[in-house]
Every structure is written in structure tokens, then in C-alpha cells.
Design a protein around this ligand. Structure first.
Ligand code: ADP
Ligand code: MG
Length: 384
């Protein structure tokens, strides 16, 4: 099997007529637990996965950036001085947005040389595994190295977020970039979305013989965007009614029940209990190991299904079938209204879960999901 790094280097040479100066890569991510907690200044626990985006970079003698990708036919080029929101559209807004955002976050780009970039990825696009953070993080690390900017990885995570928010125009948080830049093998990144402090937490999946199965339902719900905005609004309403700046600060659910209407109360209860489940998961991993976190994953799903009401029948079926066939825990992951579920499964039960999920979806007349395992892996790095 040919190595994606060789392919990227060869295609770079064909496109640009010279060898690249170096190769960098960054992974996609899965969120283990902590859903809809980020914008409530709460906690999340994502990990970097063994699907990566690889960037080959060559230095130029002028002040132009050219980008090309195996993902799309159109390449793009722009002078560094012309980088600005609105100046680029489509996929090039991700890598060129990163170059722009480095300047916004303090890098002096007045004298840096132009670059050629060629990008390829094994992170599936739009499957909820954050191919967007993978491309941003790989490009951010590459430019930080060759332009000798000396920026910290946490700042590079903010660079990726700024690119996505302002050049792409997607209002996302910093979780994905943090996982992609700070991830370690067989470990997760415990991120406090208020202070932006993070810690690496060992997962110990390998020693425990556990696999993390992703079940991509392929369901892309038309209400996803509206539903997300609506849940955010509920959280803001709940926080205002309870007199706190964010739901992170709510500890007393008894008082909240009296002050809120039933629906807002349930939205608030999801966020408050989910934050606690992230903290409990981190403690369980540290004290008892990964076999102890199954119940927390299960409870997270129930909370999203019943209190936050963002699940769909396909996600519920995936979760229930995995649980009934040997998974030690399972939950929907991501924003909801479709997308993927994850299941933590002993290696010896994987094939049973695969067969059972396929069978259950067929029986329910639902489109067959795509299933694959992911391994918690190291974050962005220079490859060559
Ligand atoms: P995801 O859940 O995969 O992050 P997004 O919609 O946030 O989905 O980001 C996907 C977009 O990121 C793609 O449509 C494309 O514009 C860009 N992208 C991701 N990977 C690549 C790549 N390898 N080459 C070019 N563009 C990419
Ligand atoms: Mg994304």
C-alpha cells in the first residue's frame, strides 16, 4: 500500500515542479463526551484520530500563496498582502484563512516568503470527524514552522478557529482544533472551554482491548442548522433567567426547575449534567480506566435524546443495537439531528456489533450506515 506522504510529495513535485521543503500532518477528531457544552463555557473531551490531512509545502521567492488539494480541482492563489475575509471562497478559504489568521493573532507577515501548498486527506469530509480542523491545523503548523513564527499550539488552535469563523464564515468553537493540535496517542484532550486550559488524559483503550467504533448514519437533517441555533438560544435564555453569564455556573438544578419552563429546564439540565459527566469521565479514566466510562456514555445519549432532543431514530437505533451487542457504552456524537454515533466496544465483540447494526438498520428500512473504528492518535506534527 502506498504511503499518503509519498503521494503528496510526488503530486506536489508534479504540480509545482520542485520538491517540497517539508511535509506536515494533522488529524481529525472524535468527541468522546461533552456535547453542546462548548458554547456554554463548559467541558469537552475529544481525541485526535488516525485519519490525517497531509500538507506538502514549498517556499517561493515572491509573496504569493498557491494552494491545491486532491479534494478539489480548483486551485487558488493570492498575494499575502491581499489576504482578507471575503477575498477567497470555497475550500481555499480554510488554508488561506489560516495564513490570514496568523497575522491577526500577532504574527508579523510583512517579510515572510510566499509558499506553495498541496493537501491530501484521509479524514472523510463532512462526516463529523472535523476534516476542517485537520486542514487548518496542518497548515497552521506548517506555516508556523517555515515562517519561524514560534507560536504556541494553543495559539495555533485559535488561528484555525479564527480562519473558520471569519474566512469561511462558520461559527464554530475551538474544540476541534485543540484536539487536532494537542492530541496524543491513546489519549484524549480535556478542554475547559471557559479558560481554554487543557490537559491530556490517558484513555488506555489499547491495554483494555477496547475499540472505538464510529457509526455514520449518513443522515443529514434539514433542521441541523436551525436546531443548533435554537438550542443555543434556549441555553442563553436559561442562563439569563437564572442570572448567570453561562450555564457553566449553574449548580443547583432544584432552583432552576422552579424558575424555568419545562422545555428550557430540560435544555439546561442536559448542559449541567453533561458537564458533570465530562468531569466524571476524566476522573473515571484516571482512577479506574476506560471500562468504567460506559455508563457515562450511555447517560450522555439519554440526556441528548430526552432532555436536549437532538437525536434521530437512526442514532437511537445505532446506540441501542451497539449496547445490546457487547458495547460497554455508546452515544450519539456531534451537534445532532443526524451524523454519527460512537460505541466503545471490546475488540472481540466488534464483528458482532457490525453485523447487528447492519441487520437492525435493514430491518427498520433505514439506509445502511458506514462503520469504521478509529484509534486515539497523536496531534499535528512535521512528517519530513
Ligand atoms: P467536517 O465535519 O469534515 O469538518 P466541514 O464542513 O466543517 O466538515 O468542513 C469540510 C470542508 O473543509 C470541505 O467542504 C472543504 O471545503 C474543506 N476541506 C476539508 N478537507 C479538505 C482537503 N483535504 N482539501 C481541501 N479542502 C478540505
Ligand atoms: Mg468542520
Amino acid at each position: 500500500m502506498s504511503d499518503i506522504r509519498d503521494e503528496v510529495a510526488e503530486t506536489f513535485a508534479e504540480l509545482f515542479g520542485s520538491e517540497p521543503a517539508g511535509l506536515w500532518s494533522a488529524p481529525g477528531r472524535v468527541n468522546l463526551i461533552g456535547e453542546h457544552t462548548d458554547y456554554n463555557e463548559g467541558f469537552v473531551l475529544p481525541f485526535a484520530i488516525n485519519r490525517r490531512t497531509v500538507v506538502a509545502l514549498g517556499l517561493r521567492e515572491d509573496r504569493v500563496i498557491r494552494v491545491a488539494s486532491g479534494f478539489a480541482d480548483e486551485a487558488a492563489e493570492i498575494a499575502i498582502a491581499d489576504l482578507a475575509p471575503g477575498a477567497v471562497s470555497g475550500w481555499p478559504a480554510y488554508p488561506l484563512g489560516v495564513a490570514w489568521a496568523l497575522g491577526q493573532l500577532g504574527a508579523d507577515l510583512a517579510a515572510v516568503p510566499g509558499v506553495d501548498l498541496y493537501i491530501e486527506s484521509t479524514v472523510p469530509v463532512g462526516a463529523g470527524l472535523s476534516s476542517s480542523a485537520a486542514i487548518e491545523s496542518a497548515v497552521a503548523l506548517a506555516l508556523n514552522d517555515v515562517w519561524r513564527l514560534g507560536m504556541d499550539r494553543r495559539v495555533l488552535a485559535s488561528v484555525g478557529q479564527r480562519a473558520e469563523n471569519e474566512m469561511v464564515g462558520a461559527p464554530t468553537g475551538i474544540m476541534d482544533q485543540s484536539a487536532s493540535l494537542l492530541g496524543r496517542e491513546d489519549a484524549a484532550v480535556f478542554l475547559d472551554c471557559r479558560s481554554l486550559e487543557s490537559e491530556v488524559v490517558d484513555l488506555g483503550f489499547r491495554a483494555a482491548g477496547l475499540e472505538l467504533l464510529v457509526i455514520d448514519t449518513g443522515v443529514e437533517h434539514q433542521h441541523a442548522t436551525g436546531g443548533y441555533a435554537d438550542r443555543r438560544a434556549s441555553c442563553e435564555r436559561g442562563a439569563a433567567a437564572l442570572g448567570v453569564t453561562s450555564l457553566r455556573d449553574v449548580t443547583d438544578l432544584t432552583a432552576a426547575r422552579d424558575l424555568l419552563d419545562d422545555e428550557t429546564f430540560r435544555r439546561v439540565r442536559h448542559v449541567v449534567t453533561e458537564n458533570q459527566r465530562v468531569l466524571d469521565t476524566v476522573r473515571a479514566l484516571r482512577e479506574d480506566g476506560p471500562l468504567a466510562i460506559g455508563g457515562l456514555l450511555d447517560a450522555s445519549h439519554v440526556s441528548m435524546r430526552d432532555d436536549f432532543e437532538i437525536s434521530v431514530p437512526e442514532l437511537d437505533l445505532a446506540v441501542e443495537t451497539a449496547q445490546a451487542n457487547g458495547a460497554i457504552g455508546a452515544r450519539m456524537t456531534g451537534g445532532g439531528f443526524g451524523g454519527s454515533a460512537i460505541a466503545l466496544v471490546p475488540a472481540e465483540s466488534i464483528s458482532r456489533v457490525l453485523v447487528a447494526v447492519d441487520g437492525a438498520f435493514a430491518e427498520a428500512g433505514m439506509q445502511q450506515p458506514t462503520m469504521f473504528t478509529v484509534t486515539p492518535s497523536e496531534g499535528a506534527k512535521r512528517e519530513r
